[in-house]
Design a binder for this molecule. Structure first.
Ligand code: ATP
Ligand code: MG
Length: 557
């Protein structure tokens, strides 16, 4: 049994929207029912901002024993496409959520149309033939009233006739609109005779084809759709707060019962060094400024997935930043920290050499190899071990060797310090070979057979440990390193064209890297920690033995 203080305690852990919902349930509003919806417009791929809305919409339904539907807000055929409808479903499922039903605003086109006819008949709507510029000029300002349209007092018959003909396609796009007849002096600008319908004959709709020539505006479609479906809590971002009275107004005009959906608003997610707008992302894709919607530099769900983010890391990030009533810009390092935290116990720790040079251990018996047993993940007891072949010739990072080194250099240098090859033996460099340009091509070293890791001699301490992979069994790989997509913290706040603010160094492709044998069969989506380098995800481009890895994040922020 829960006591009063339990309930109080539980309430404290809820975000402010959840507290509102809990209060509504306690009051028995709408019979104590909770129903939400996630309402994307299918005009682009989902980004991590949408994940914030998804976690709230689905999370609230889960927490309060209600349901959450997916509703496509497909009222603008010009920009919408089934490609987006499909990707949106895939991304929501990948994030770990399942909707109760899928609905489309286009399912309600007839109902909305009938409602518009009813508004006209009740003298609450009229057809305006002015241009968009004229209408804008008459809007007034927040402190001065607007001006009535000369078409505002048309007869009901004339309005009915014109609207019906608009919907039959008798008039060209942009020539007329249907407006609600409310109040051109209303202090809330959204009430100054808002547009209900516009003509679109130029683009077929992705579901209804050429059936409709008029399409409802967001404000006229959204609340009504919520009402038709039985939504109790219509959650959206803060910019819709000023639309809320209109949302309520429309529903009040036709609702016959007590039931009302409630719109509540929370802050949008914005993240540093990126843009969170489908319109801008579409531009980047169409102009080839990124490699597609799922480019690992994109803030899209599919981009983050390809980059190596897991659903858990995204949800944990969303949970940490929380929901408020204030706009904010969240530091991308919080998202990166969530990835590290999630991948640490999950990603197998392996060796990859990005810039390989060969190292020959001259006193290691020729023609001999041995199998070293390595822990897959010291932070995860269940991760087990794997066998890594070791032999006379290994690749090491070019930067781990210096022909001439000062005393501050702890890694390999001829006649210099002893260095441990990770999980193997202690070695000491003896010399090197160079090509005509003076680049080192081979490093020579000797090893101490009594220092094998995991044996008694393996405890001998040295100042540094370096990575290696076996020359004979390691495999070649392409490695893609990513940096921030934009060079400035808040590209949306800058003047000028956002495309000029892209970071020219946002992707570095390394070919000819070497990874240990255990990665030879890596499949897209397999996640690793490349020791000392970062967390990596096997890329979708991996095929026919051609390995490609994306760096998700570096090891430290
Ligand atoms: P964009 O401006 O990127 O096109 P949008 O708001 O037009 O985004 P919709 O498809 O209309 O995108 O959004 C679906 C839902 O996701 C809405 O409820 C919207 O409030 C929410 N949403 C969109 N962007 C964000 C964001 N950055 N943070 C939180 N919620 C968001
Ligand atoms: Mg939108």
């Amino acid at each position: 049994m829960s006591t009063k203080s339990d309930v109080k305690e539980e309430k404290k852990n809820l975000n402010f929207i959840e507290q509102i919902v809990m209060g509504d349930v306690e009051k028995g509003l709408n019979g104590g029912r909770v129903q939400t919806r996630f309402p994307p417009e299918p005009n682009g791929y989902l980004h991590i901002g949408h994940a914030k809305a998804i976690c709230l919409d689905f999370g609230i339904a889960e927490r309060f024993g209600g349901k959450c539907n997916l509703r496509f807000d497909d009222t603008n055929p010009v920009k919408e496409d089934v490609e987006y409808v499909d990707s949106i479903q895939e991304d929501i499922k990948w994030l770990g959520y399942q909707w109760e039903n899928i609905y489309y605003a286009s399912d309600y086109f007839q109902q909305l149309y009938d409602l518009a006819i009813r508004f006209i008949k009740e003298g609450k709507a009229y057809v305006d033939e002015q241009s968009a510029e004229e209408i804008a000029k008459q809007k007034g300002t927040p402190t001065t009233p607007g001006t009535n349209s000369p078409y505002r007092d048309r007869s009901i018959e004339e309005n009915l006739d014109l609207f019906e003909r608009m919907s039959k396609g008798e008039f060209p796009d942009g020539s007329m609109i249907l407006r609600a007849k409310i109040d051109m002096a209303h202090p809330n600008m959204h009430f100054r005779d808002p547009i209900m319908y516009r003509i679109i004959t130029s683009h077929p709709h992705h579901r209804t084809g050429n059936q409709w020539k008029v399409y409802p505006m967001y404000d006229f479609a959204h609340g009504q759709s919520d009402y038709f479906e039985g939504v109790t809590h219509s959650l959206c971002t803060l910019e819709f707060e000023v639309h809320r009275p209109l949302y309520d107004y429309y529903i009040d005009q036709f609702a016959t019962d007590e039931y009302r959906p409630k719109q509540r608003e929370f802050n949008r997610l914005n993240i540093t060094y990126t843009v969170m707008s489908k319109r801008k992302m579409l531009q980047l894709v169409q102009e080839g400024l990124v490699r597609g919607w799922d480019d690992p530099r994109m803030p899209t769900i599919c981009g983050l997935r390809r980059r190596g983010y897991t659903p858990e890391s995204i949800r944990s990030f969303i949970n940490k930043i929380g929901y408020t009533k204030y706009e904010a810009l969240n530091d991308v390092s919080l998202l990166e920290a969530a990835a590290r935290e999630d991948l640490k116990p999950r990603a197998t720790r392996v060796c990859a050499i990005l810039d390989p040079i060969k190292l020959v251990i001259t006193n290691y018996p020729e023609g001999t190899t041995e199998d070293l047993v390595m822990e897959n993940n010291p932070d995860n007891e269940t991760a087990g071990t794997r066998v890594v072949p070791f032999g006379r010739e290994v690749y090491i990072e070019r930067g781990d060797f210096r022909e001439e080194a000062d005393k501050d250099f702890y890694r390999l240098s001829p006649g210099g310090r002893e260095v441990r090859l990770k999980g193997a033996y202690i070695i000491q460099a003896t010399g090197c070979e160079k090509d005509a340009e003076g680049n080192v091509t081979t490093v020579y070293a000797t090893y101490d057979p009594n220092t094998k890791s995991g044996t008694e001699g393996g405890n001998k301490k040295v100042k540094s440990t370096i990575n290696w992979v076996d020359v004979n069994t390691s495999v070649e790989a392409e490695i893609r390193l990513y940096d921030r997509l934009f060079a400035v913290e808040n590209p949306s706040a800058e003047e000028g064209d956002f495309r000029d603010l892209l970071n020219p160094e946002s992707m570095k492709v390394i070919t000819g890297a070497r990874v240990e044998k255990s990665l030879a069969d890596a499949k897209p989506g397999d996640k690793y920690q490349f020791l000392k380098i970062g967390y990596f995800n096997t890329d979708l481009d991996t095929k026919d033995g051609q390995l490609v890895f994306n760096r998700t994040v570096s090891l430290k922020g």
